[in-house]
Design a protein around this ligand. Structure first.
Ligand code: COA
Length: 170
């Protein structure tokens, strides 16, 4: 396989990242909310910084660091630290198309986001649904720590169990 290249998402990448997201939703049901407007979902105003992974000229993966918007994971981390006065980013929207998996593309995307946060002395938090076991293995392999549980609400009163993590210190 040609090596993946991870780089900052640019406007021109949005259709490719959206196509990859639609593919991941079909294979994995991620995100549970569905992908009615995939380009808007990727191009959210809450995005601080985002990256894509490309193999050849095809976008096969994506991750974002988002500005906090009242997530349970942020509240849990602030509570554990005993202060709201800490720099926190929310790692979100990680996905890799099924054909590209098992080649450390997910890991490379995570490392890009973690390096970005580290340069800004920012801790990252995330929540992951307990059903997304490959993602949980990846986070734990990279040293993320569980900080509590959450319930993800979506659709018409639907809910699904999730667990929150914080990125490793330093
Ligand atoms: C989670 C996800 C992003 C992981 O992507 P990925 O590119 O397969 O991740 P990696 O390749 O870094 O790691 C996956 C596995 O491949 C293994 N691997 C990586 N490179 C390898 C290599 N060169 N040779 C053999 N195995 C390798 C890893 O050890 C890991 O094994 P494990 O799952 O048994 O622990 C992907 O499964 C996905 O998109 N899932 C659906 C969406 C989702 O759940 N997103 C998370 C939302 S919170």
């Amino acid at each position: 396989m040609t090596s993946p290249v991870v780089r900052t998402l640019q406007a021109v990448d949005i259709p490719g990242a959206a196509a990859a997201l639609v593919e991941v939703h079909a294979t994995d049901g991620y995100p549970v909310e569905g992908v009615r407007q995939p380009e808007d979902w990727i191009n959210s105003p809450a995005v601080d910084h985002a990256w894509v992974a490309e193999i050849g000229r095809r976008i096969v993966g994506h991750v974002a660091v988002m500005r906090p918007q009242g997530e349970d994971a942020v509240a849990l981390w602030q509570r554990q630290r005993g202060t709201e006065d800490i720099r926190v980013g929310v790692l979100a929207r990680l996905y890799v198309t099924r054909a590209a998996r098992g080649n450390a593309v997910g890991e490379a995307l995570m490392r890009a986001a973690m390096a970005y946060a580290q340069q800004r002395t920012m801790r990252l938090v995330l929540d992951v649904m307990t059903k997304d076991t490959a993602a949980i293995r990846l986070y734990e392999r990279l040293g993320w720590h569980p900080i509590g549980q959450a319930t993800h609400h979506y659709g018409d009163n639907q809910r699904i169990a999730a667990v929150c993590y914080v990125s490793p210190a330093g």
